[in-house]
Write a new protein. Structure first.
Length: 203
């Protein structure tokens, strides 16, 4: 679902109308998923000076085949997003998530596309980071595709704070399966599945 909003260009300061999405359904619009996963969904071009800029905004991602809903929001207080999702009428077997970071949003989709569970993936990442010598210097660890959508190759990407470098390491499905075997029967669904959630579920 699209709507028009008025924006002021940060370069030429002219106001113009831009189309944005409030929700997307990847079965109804096959091309929109490519924009999401390539990080170009939020790219906007000024109609006057043609400057391009990246402005993330709230969007609900819907994959009917995988029964997946992911609300992307920039609000750090997620209570209002939780309330809004409570009012969404979906089947009980849907996976429903809220994220406040674009990279997390994309990662959730990649995890689902691979047939994995994001709860197990967060626990897997916690295990990997527990063995990393400089864990305090980590912005995040992500499950990521480093090739094309048609021929994906998934790895773990570690984002360092101080150097701003990205380190690539293999994803070990065998270890993921071991984590799944240990934790799957005890963990519940929640709207927010992240590193804090993983820590709280290993105490």
């Amino acid at each position: 679902m699209e709507k028009k909003i008025k924006l002021a260009c940060p370069e030429c300061h002219q106001e113009f109308n831009a189309n944005i999405y409030t929700s997307i359904n990847v079965q109804l619009d096959k091309d929109i998923k490519i924009k999401v996963l390539s990080g170009t969904l939020f790219d906007i071009e000024c109609e006057y000076c043609h400057s391009k800029f990246h402005i993330p905004y709230p969007v609900l991602y819907h994959d009917m085949e995988k029964k997946l809903l992911i609300q992307f929001t920039e609000e750090k207080d997620l209570d209002s997003s939780k309330t809004a999702l409570d009012n969404v009428n979906v089947d009980a077997d849907y996976t429903v998530r809220i994220v406040d970071n674009e990279r997390d949003w994309i990662e959730k989709i990649l995890i689902s596309d691979s047939g994995f569970d994001d709860r197990i993936m967060e626990l897997y990442k916690l295990l990997v980071l527990s063995q990393y010598e400089d864990a305090d210097n980590v912005n995040g660890l992500y499950y990521w595709n480093i090739q094309t959508l048609e021929n994906p190759h998934y790895v773990m990407v570690l984002d360092e704070k101080e150097s701003d470098k990205m380190h690539f390491m293999p994803f070990h499905e065998g270890v993921y399966k071991q984590v799944e075997k240990v934790f799957m029967s005890d963990i519940k669904q929640d709207y927010i599945i992240d590193a804090n959630w993983a820590v709280s579920n290993t105490k």
